[in-house]
Design a protein. Sequence first.
Length: 137
Amino acid sequence: MTYLTKQYKFCAAHRYWNPNWSDDKNYEIFGEDVRIHGHNYILDITLSGPIDENSGFICNLFELNELVQSHVLDVMDHSQIQLDIPWFELKQPSTENMVVFIWEQIKSKIPRPANLYSIKLRETPTIFTEYFGPEGK
């Protein structure tokens, strides 16, 4: 099986807060991240699939770019995630939740015969989350 990874970048802000917890508990769990802050995210979309004999590609990258732009980047870039994206209304804007959101936005729209294999989202140089879908790897 062949894998192709395309990388994208976007900027977004968020804050962590659980309204069911006390202020002290929020600060204990989230620390300074209870304040609004932003990140320059790096998003890796990895596809798997057969190589087309005519193009030599797993997927037409122009189609993938349009898909990611309209369903992910246009939604998330320069947003305050938990306020601007309804999906996060009752969820923390963590990278763990963000990769699930991104997966749900694009999984069914990936041009066939390619398949969405994984999503990797880097929040900082030392923190990233990888997701292989609800069934796992």
